[in-house]
Design a protein around this ligand. Sequence first.
Ligand SMILES: NC(=O)c1ccc[n+]([C@@H]2O[C@H](COP(=O)([O-])OP(=O)(O)OC[C@H]3O[C@@H](n4cnc5c(N)ncnc54)[C@H](OP(=O)(O)O)[C@@H]3O)[C@@H](O)[C@H]2O)c1
Length: 161
Amino acid sequence: MLICSKTGSSSGIGEGTALKFASLGANVVITGRDELRIKNVAEKCRKISKQKAIEVRADLTKESEVKNLINKTIDEFGRLDILVNNAGIGKFSSLDDPNLMQIFDTTMNTNVRSVLFVTSLAVPYLEKSKGSIVNISSVLGLKPVLYFHFKKSFRFLFYFC
Ligand SMILES: NC(=O)c1ccc[n+]([C@@H]2O[C@H](COP(=O)([O-])OP(=O)(O)OC[C@H]3O[C@@H](n4cnc5c(N)ncnc54)[C@H](OP(=O)(O)O)[C@@H]3O)[C@@H](O)[C@H]2O)c1
């Protein structure tokens, strides 16, 4: 039984890879903030696979919701084999933007802090299962352009740690 928890699986790249994991026979945890989109993706997974697709709504910038995501995964399956750090937002701003620091905080909380926190909670289970962590980054992480690209560089650096 392979269990894959994938952040940001309610749309886009996350949805696509959740469907791929499901088609390969993994049980998947579909998560994001939008309950309707989560439900739709989970239903698609169930249509293509006999394995389970559970739905867990979680805002990754809120520690209690991240804890709930990991707890629900373990309560349901008893193990975790793959964590995919995919959820992310892309917000651009210039140094004279009056909302610069608010955009910075939201971006860093979503794309950097949450990755560290969810991974720290998942690692004890991944060590037990000898599982894997997949970090979805961007080629932009290799180019230094203000903070947007720092957040992507973080996922490369995190991989090498
Ligand atoms: N698409 C590209 O061309 C591209 C290129 C390079 C890198 N990437 C990276 O690949 C990843 C996925 O990109 P995408 O294009 O598939 O984006 P997307 O369609 O906008 O999907 C982003 C996912 O992240 C979730 N998410 C965002 N903020 C969240 C939060 N605070 N808590 C929980 N979930 C949150 C969203 O769920 P809800 O909206 O339901 O919360 C959604 O499921 C991102 O990290 C992105 O930076 C994408």
